[in-house]
Design a protein around this ligand. Structure first.
Ligand code: FAD
Ligand code: NAI
Length: 495
């Protein structure tokens, strides 16, 4: 009995200490301290975007030596790797976002955040014009501000190859609103399929979910959809659930071209087992309201009816980026995006740095690359700030004709911070969820690669994402959502 009591006491102490620490950490986040005010003598640093690149930059930046202005049409950071889970209700939308102000309010000097879309960058005059794009507008709707430095991290938009029907009838999977739209359309299709006396052929069309693009976005979405069917739809919609078909269409000979051969085969065999049809060497040529027109490996054209169409065929530059590139035709020669040097400085545009998906580099357009670039740039700006501080110190010392030893020490420090090393990307591996509690992981180890698929990779996938989520708040919400789904299943009500 004494042992039981000692054990209970230990558990109680652990709960109290753990709970106290958790409370302390969360309170640090929600009660930011005072900030230094803007200082007109410091340079203006404008950041465009609030995605992976911009957020990593802001998180790591020492703002003391700059007046920072953030402009983005989205006033939050979105943890895109978990976005496919929102499409079927495994995760709630707000669990994977973090308001930008939660990030900037913790910086040393005040940061101005504007929810607006940058419309034009003038690299000659060094100005940015941005506009309030929300439905509610005040007296001031559009403004132009000068910058000393510009961090350009606007990402890119969905590639449609000019097929009009894609935007009109399909759903993308890039923004939070896209995931919401998919979830609503999916439930609409299922409810309509279950409508009294719905003709058989129409049920088949409505219950056919077509995913175009076999990259990681398309594959992860197909996996999540399969889980929804198995775990939830069969229980709540027994009359139509088994009519649900998932078809993944990919133009290349296989899905996931960036993963190892072994993992491609593993994914394709898992999909076969899960009855997800994979049509490779098949290219979508047109999108109609109720069907997609495809050209298969034999160059034959046919139509595939669908209820829900998810379009995930990769990226293309945003209009603002295209306009910016057009202003510097001599140095910016890549259509794919902005060309930067080894220090992420945009060629031909003084004071402009570009990071993430909007750039044309040797790296894949991934969150990993964007966040490492953001952190690198923050470090570089940290050095710029230190340099400015030391230069002021040096001028003061010279003016007061101080001790030469002290002067030399400052000069040495100045030389040290002036040394910059180029950006180096360190690949941490690729992960993707493929459904049925299985994931694939391509991990670099000891100069080689380890490829793993299955339940263990799934646990690794979950723990890797939990640890990279932005805040304690995000981690708590995501883990709670996972637990909620385990206990109660996914919510099938239509919002
Ligand atoms: P984004 O994160 O897209 O941010 C761009 C920002 O710019 C946004 O805040 C946007 O609102 C803002 N913006 C847009 N237009 C303007 C404008 N005119 N003015 C000002 N701001 C503007 N990568 C991985 O490494 N691992 C993964 O597991 C992974 N999973 C993914 C899952 C999905 C579903 C998707 C869609 C992508 C995934 N990626 C993943 C890729 C990753 O999300 C991108 O590579 C990453 O978001 C790029 O970061 P970025 O900062 O360049 O752009
Ligand atoms: P993607 O560019 O990786 O894949 C798009 C796929 O669509 C390609 O395989 C392409 O062949 C195919 N395609 C293009 N046009 C087509 C057509 N008309 N018909 C049929 N197929 C067509 O795009 P995705 O998946 O959106 O990823 C974008 C970026 O984000 C990539 O760099 C990816 O690595 C990253 N990402 C990473 C994830 C992860 O690591 N888990 C998850 C999601 C995205």
């Amino acid at each position: 009995r004494r042992r039981v009591r000692a054990f209970a006491r230990t558990v109680l102490v652990v709960i109290l200490v753990g709970g106290g620490a958790f409370y302390y950490v969360t309170q640090q986040d929600v009660h930011p301290g005072d900030q230094l005010p803007s200082d007109p003598s410091k340079p203006t640093l404008v950041v465009l975007g609030s995605g992976w690149g911009a957020t990593s930059f802001l998180k790591n930046l020492d703002t003391e030596e700059f007046n920072v202005v953030v402009v983005s049409p989205r006033n939050y950071f979105l943890f895109s790797p978990l976005l496919p889970s929102v499409t079927v209700g495994t995760l709630e939308p707000r669990s994977i976002i973090q308001p930008t102000r939660f990030i900037t309010r913790h910086k040393k000097r005040k940061v101005s955040v504007y929810e607006a879309e940058a419309r034009e960058v003038d690299p000659i005059k060094k100005t940015v014009t941005f506009r309030d794009q929300t439905d509610i507008r005040g007296e001031a709707g559009s403004v132009t501000i000068p910058y000393d430095y510009l961090v350009y991290a606007v990402g890119c938009e969905n590639q449609t190859f000019g097929i009009e029907g894609v935007t009109k009838y399909g759903c993308f999977l890039k923004e939070l609103s896209d995931a919401d739209k998919i979830r609503t359309r999916l439930m609409d299709c299922i409810e309509t399929a279950a409508f009294k006396d719905q003709p058989d052929e129409e049920v088949d069309r409505l219950m056919h979910m077509v995913v175009v693009g076999g990259g990681p976005t398309g594959v992860e979405y197909a996996g999540e959809l399969h889980d929804f069917l198995i775990d939830d739809l069969r229980k709540w919609y027994p009359e139509v659930a088994d009519r649900l078909r998932i078809t993944l269409i990919e133009a290349l000979p296989n899905v996931l071209p960036a993963f190892s051969k072994q993992l491609i085969q593993y994914t394709e065999s898992q999909f076969k087992e899960n009855r997800i049809d994979v049509l490779t060497r098949t290219m979508v040529k047109d999108v109609k309201e109720r069907s997609v027109v495809v050209q298969d490996a034999n160059k034959e054209i046919r139509e595939i009816p669908y209820g829900l169409l998810v379009w995930a065929t990769g990226n293309t530059s945003r209009q603002i980026t295209k306009n910016l590139l057009a202003k510097l035709p001599e140095t910016q020669t890549q259509k794919r995006g902005i060309v930067v040097d080894d220090y992420l400085s945009m060629l031909g545009a003084e004071g402009v740095y570009a990071i993430g998906d909007c750039t044309a580099t040797q790296y894949a357009p991934t969150a990993q690359v964007a966040s490492q670039q953001g952190a690198f740039l923050a470090q570089m700006f940290g050095k710029l700030g230190q340099k400015a501080k030391l230069q002021r110190q040096l001028a003061d010392l010279r003016a007061s004709s101080s001790d030469p030893v002290e002067l030399e020490a400052v000069v040495k420090k100045l030389n040290r911070v002036a040394k910059l090393t180029p950006f180096h990307y360190s690949h941490q591996g690729s992960l993707a969820y493929i459904g049925s509690e299985k994931a694939i992981a391509d991990l670099p180890f000891f100069n080689g690669n380890v490829a793993s698929g299955g339940g263990a990779a799934m646990l690794f996938w979950r723990s890797a994402y939990i640890s990279t989520l932005y805040s304690v708040r995000n981690r708590t919400l995501v883990m709670t959502d996972w637990l909620k789904v385990k206990l109660f299943g996914r919510d099938v009500s239509r919002e």
